[in-house]
Design a protein around this ligand. Structure first.
Ligand code: F3S
Length: 387
């Protein structure tokens, strides 16, 4: 693997043990995946931030590190809203451990915007090389923005943040970004909602597996693309997809897809995912809500009062920039929380049935929260939470 003189000095330990260990990790990863060089990155997004997922050993490892991020970097959602953890019944011992994890990342110069939607906070552009780790963020960056990232593990993303580079393999190379299977959606999708796209992603992830799908027959907006990609990354290993005439690489590259396997997707396969049964709580914002999604929720909740717990998750930056919508949502009794989400926080573990509008949450809530999950449109979720 080609390394420059700066890299050689880091490997020789001239910039401290942590940077040496982090670069050794990147070089080892690069060798495993056949990278010929490292590529400079514009930003990093680091998973392994919730104490629920990294536990004591993860915290101890973070505390052994001593260096500063050299590119803009943010954290993935953590296990609680930092300023409002008592409000949702987080155990004080958990809160103390979670604060220690956050303090460790802060010491390493990682920004404390704890979100899976960093693209709402800092501009990421077509062709940018980045090192992001949360699967829905990776999918959005690759597919909707046209940036280039592999799905980094937490240590790999942290190492990239501290070094400012990542091994150049996989989705950093144009030749690995071509479609591998066509998913032909034979459904009139003009009136489809975010939840419909989430359900499509839930189904399509299983069809695509670890291949790069090329969708035909869709006209999604950006929130719907976000929902589609998040769900495919949950039920499959899809970190990049293309939508004919919509996503940037599909528009610019005009991929030749004749000759690829073509799988039809029919309405009954998506309709079967929408099942109705009683729930105890509703959770929205997986991935974290966009400004438009907060606005829609404020409108739907206007003049209503919740009769079941309704949790909404978004990044602090999006909450701060949309305070009127957030106030409107909270006036109904619903709560909008930053920093965390329904999956990485222990808060949802108190419920046995949860309604969501997200295909990703539908896939993860059963295992991560020990609850059955029901998917419905945002309108249906609001109706169930206020009836
Ligand atoms: Fe984000 Fe949590 Fe969903 S990290 S994509 S809100 S599971």
């Amino acid at each position: 693997m080609q390394l420059d003189s700066d890299d050689e000095r880091i490997l020789a330990g001239e910039q401290g043990e942590t940077r040496q260990r982090m670069l050794e990790l990147l070089v080892a990863l690069g060798k495993v995946f056949g990278a010929e060089q490292l590529v400079p990155i514009r930003s990093a997004q680091v998973s392994g931030a919730s104490y629920k997922t990294i536990g004591e050993y993860g915290l101890q490892w973070l505390n052994t590190l001593d260096a500063k991020a050299v590119v803009p970097a943010v954290l993935n959602p953590i296990g609680m809203p930092r300023g409002r953890w008592q409000e949702i019944g987080i155990d004080p011992d958990f809160a103390q451990k979670q604060r220690a994890v956050v303090a460790a990342y802060e010491r390493l110069g990682i920004g404390l915007e704890c979100t899976c939607t960093p693209y709402y906070l800092r501009e990421t552009s077509y062709g940018d090389h980045i090192a992001w780790s949360e699967s829905s963020a990776v999918s959005y960056a690759n597919s909707v923005i046209g940036a280039r990232t592999n799905r980094e593990g937490g240590p790999g993303a942290l190492a990239a943040a501290l070094i400012g580079k990542t091994p150049c393999y996989g989705f950093h190379l144009g030749k690995n970004r071509r479609p591998q299977v066509v998913l032909d959606v034979q459904i009139a999708t003009r009136d489809w909602t975010v939840a419909d796209y989430g359900a499509l992603g839930y189904h399509a992830g299983k069809l695509a597996g670890n291949r790069i799908p090329f969708f035909t027959g869709l006209q999604p907006d950006r929130d719907q693309l976000k929902a589609l990609g998040a769900a495919m990354a949950a039920t499959g290993a899809v970190a990049l997809y293309h939508v004919e005439g919509v996503t940037p690489e599909a528009q610019r590259q005009r991929f030749e897809v004749n000759g690829l396997e073509k799988i039809p997707v029919e309405l009954k396969e998506i309709a079967n995912i929408f099942k109705e049964f009683p729930v105890e709580a509703v959770a929205l914002g997986c991935p974290h809500c966009s400004p438009e999604e907060l606005g829609t929720l404020a409108r739907l909740l206007g003049g209503k009062t919740v009769t079941k717990p309704l949790y909404v998750f978004a990044s602090q930056g999006v909450i701060d920039a949309n305070s009127a919508a957030v106030a409107g949502i909270e006036k109904s009794g619903a709560r909008v929380y930053a920093d965390t989400c329904m999956v990485v926080s222990p808060v949802m573990e108190q419920y046995s049935a949860i309604m969501v509008n997200s295909g990703k949450a539908l896939a993860y809530v059963p295992d991560m929260c020990g609850a059955v999950a029901r998917i419905g449109t945002t309108e249906e979720c609001v109706k169930v939470a206020t009836e």
